[in-house]
Design a protein around this ligand. Sequence first.
Ligand code: FDA
Length: 295
Amino acid sequence: MLRQVLLAASRSDRVERVVSTSPLTRDVVSRYVAGDVAAVVADLTREGLLVTVDHLGEEVGDRAQAEGAVREYLALLALLPEGADVSVKLTALGLRLSEQLALDNAATICERAAERGITLTLDAEEHDTIGGLHSVHATLLKEHASVGVVVQSYLPGALERCARLAEAEGARVRLCKGAYTAPGALTAPADIDRAYVRCLKVLMAGSGYPMVATHDPRLVEIASALAVLHGRDHSGFEFQMLYGVRPAEQERLARLGAQMRVYVPYGADWYPYLMRRLAERPRNLTFFLRSLAGR
Ligand code: FDA
């Protein structure tokens, strides 16, 4: 229930105005959003962590805004080390205006990224964008074999999607539970977890490169066990977690030799991202409300 309210608030301009104008929000934002992205990336890299960087922004209203997002990513690529990844939301590149526009914009970023030894992963957003996401991904793959895509385990059809994606050698697939609401999607945590494990089994058994995006300790253990079962060493898959969430666990996994990639968001358009993070964990909301009340 609380989750639904927060996700609805993530789409409300009125709530956004109230939340973003509070100076106390800054503390909560800085926990999840990088202020100086170059410095954060340098720190994480020094600690042996990999990064995927997201320039925050969703849902552009016109072509000029979509082109602005492309320029931002091109500038970002110049700051990142080889082996980094960028996470991209196709709605920020104009998906809701035209699929071709989003495809062209994503291809521009892919080309520049490839020149610098950086990969690109397409985030999964609201349920009505998932068809467009996979269509753009399939087209991009023809020219850029390393383009990754996110599958949300709460969606109906996630397992079939994983099975299809896992067929291609080296296909980069990031598996997450799903951060939005969607008609027909699983809602009970235990059901979402079971669906996650089913998808994970298919990805680990397949020919692709699974990217295990979760902070859930049980799923991290299951992924590690499945990797061993399928003869994958540390180079055959990676863990991914969000900047600011379970940082000690991120470092622990990296020390054990796992490839641990941190999803680092930055930029001014942090509001919907922050609200989704609060929806994931009610305890964070209490902390946040206390900050807003100035206590
Ligand atoms: P779960 O929510 O059950 O959390 C497990 C434990 O992790 C909690 O008990 C708590 O300890 C900790 N935790 C989780 N969230 C926390 C938070 N916000 N603050 C503090 N502690 C927290 N979703 C999507 O729909 N499309 C996408 O493209 C992506 N991309 C993506 C990339 C990466 C790298 C990650 C890690 C996640 C995503 N997600 C996403 C978000 C994902 O769908 C999901 O909402 C969150 O990861 C939370 O789910 P968990 O699997 O972590 O489990």
